[in-house]
Design a binder for this molecule. Structure first.
Ligand code: ADP
Ligand code: GLC
Length: 489
């Protein structure tokens, strides 16, 4: 704590989503929880976000106008309006960049062709806004490809301006998305000089440029959201074409595992739960939550059943083809499955099909629903996270905090956060499997089923151990703090 007060304290977070304003996945959670954790330790944090029209009106009503200016952007020198709206919540100041041309549609993303201009504009406008507000951070902490031009602008167009004194960190939440487009498109919208369009910075081939690649080259430090993923992305299998680039820059790459906000995710005080609970009464009250969930979703009402939950974006990343391949075998008369997610129509319709084929036993909630997610975390017995790759993963952390046992593949952050159940001793946090194979997922589910039905004392041991695990940001926020201090020098 002392270190923080006397050391680095001004950090600007720049990213494309942040709970509770706009969230499509874990990036939104981290953009909320990490600044709060740092602010609690005395850091002065600002979060810069686009003012998307999809942000709920109740937050827009609380924002105050900080000013506006025009900013040049494109190769041909077109200027764009930059408005700044501000809101302070729990010790963190949020500055929203307003421009209706870019942010009035999308949820919040549209498609790469439009998102690339949008985030070129946003990255530059965020730095210009910091200068305008005369708030010069020690560190600009940028997140994912959408903010990856920030480190480049910082050292080029902004080098001789006040914000140019800041150091930059770029965090990789998901390397699959990189912001790739034609060289001309990026040249036009970024307005960046021709000499950056080489193979060390933006170019990936003779026709295409990659925004993430440029940001990774220019950032003072690169972090990603687990130690295992930091190693994985330097390999062909996980590097998404940037493994050589990342290996080249490995001296500045570090993995820091995510936490969750333990106030936001607290089964004791969670107003969305039918029967809130803590460690002392989880074994008695989880069945009440399960019953309420079964009732809400039209499943057979029986707290004796094993309820398997899945809360996920429905994309290839999440291992859903494995789930589909074993779906029928996963079910038996004592097991129910609840899916909450949206995404790829292929998976949406597969889960709808299983619901139709097994009414009362399977529920496919093809939607994004924050409150239902809380009720599933509390009401399910186990949560499936069999991802193909998983930079960190937050759902297994939330599940553990709610006494719901994770069933995960040993990859990325899943490997770093879920210790495998040990048959000899009963120790561990969840059921895990290694290779990306449906039969191995099925084994893990069967093992979970057998512990749940035949060794309840051991199951209860897992539940209690999971609830005792520290999944907060405390430790990792300290690691970021150390990194900020080291960078500031
Ligand atoms: P990713 O960022 O790859 O989507 P994470 O596990 O890091 O995966 O974070 C997912 C976050 O999104 C969690 O907070 C999870 O509860 C939430 N989430 C995912 N799908 C839904 C949904 N359909 N409804 C509500 N919350 C969801
Ligand atoms: C990404 C990853 C996920 C991670 C999240 C927050 O969306 O897919 O694994 O937990 O970002 O860092």
């Amino acid at each position: 704590m002392e270190e923080m007060r006397s050391g680095v304290s001004r950090v600007a977070f720049i990213g494309s989503e942040c709970y509770p304003f706009v969230k499509t996945g874990g990036l939104g959670d981290v953009m909320y929880a990490l600044p709060r954790a740092l602010a609690r330790e005395g850091a002065d944090i600002r979060v810069l976000l686009p003012l998307y029209s999809v942000i709920p009106q109740k937050y827009k009503d609380q924002m105050v106008w900080k000013g506006s200016f025009m900013m040049d952007l494109t190769q041909d020198g077109r200027s764009f309006f930059v408005g700044i709206m501000e809101l302070t919540m729990n010790g963190v100041t949020y500055d929203f960049i307003e421009n209706r041309e870019f942010f009035d549609w999308g949820n919040p993303y549209t498609g790469l062709w439009e998102d690339i201009p949008k985030y070129c504009y946003f990255s530059k406008a965020a730095l210009a806004a910091l200068n305008y507000l005369e708030w010069v951070p020690d560190i600009v902490h940028c997140h994912d490809w959408q903010a990856s031009l920030v480190p480049v602008y910082l050292r080029t167009r902004f080098a001789l301006t006040p914000v140019g004194a800041a150091r930059s960190i770029l965090t990789i939440h998901n390397l699959r998305f990189q912001g790739i487009c034609s060289i001309d498109h990026l040249k036009y919208w970024s307005g960046l000089q021709d000499d950056l369009f080489n193979y060390s910075v933006f170019l990936i081939n003779g026709a295409e440029a990659n925004m993430f690649k440029g940001g990774l080259a220019y950032a003072d430090r690169v972090t990603t959201v687990s130690e295992t993923y930091a190693r994985e992305i330097q390999t062909d299998a996980f590097g998404e074409g940037l493994n050589a680039h990342l290996s080249y820059h490995r001296e500045k790459l570090v993995g820091i595992v995510n936490g969750i906000d333990v106030e936001q995710w607290d089964s004791r005080t969670d107003a969305l739960l039918p029967a809130p609970y803590g460690k002392e009464d989880v074994l008695a009250r989880k069945p009440e939550n399960k019953l309420a969930l079964q009732r809400r979703l039209g499943l057979q009402e029986d707290p004796g059943r094993l309820v398997l939950g899945l809360i996920s974006r429905l994309t290839d990343q999440k291992g859903l083809d494995l789930v589909n391949a074993i779906f029928e075998q996963m079910l038996d008369e004592r097991t129910q499955v609840v899916v909450l997610g949206t995404g790829d129509p292929r998976y949406e319709s597969a889960f709808r099909y299983f619901e139709n084929a097994h009414r009362g036993q399977v529920c496919a909630c093809i939607m994004y629903d924050e409150s239902l997610s809380h009720q599933i975390y509390a009401g399910a017995d186990a949560l499936l996270v069999p991802s193909l790759f998983e930079p960190c993963g937050l759902t297994q952390l939330i599940a553990m905090r709610y006494g719901t046992v994770p069933i995960v593949r040993e990859t990325g952050g899943l490997k770093d956060t879920v210790a495998p159940y040990q048959e000899e001793t009963g120790e561990g946090n969840g059921f895990t499997f290694g290779d990306y194979r449906a039969d191995l997922l099925l084994n893990a589910v069967r093992q979970a089923r057998s512990v749940f039905f035949d060794h309840r004392d051991r199951w209860n041991g897992l539940v209690l151990r999971d609830m005792e695990r520290d999944v907060s940001w405390n430790h990792s926020a300290q690691l970021y703090q150390n990194l900020y201090a080291e960078l500031k020098g």
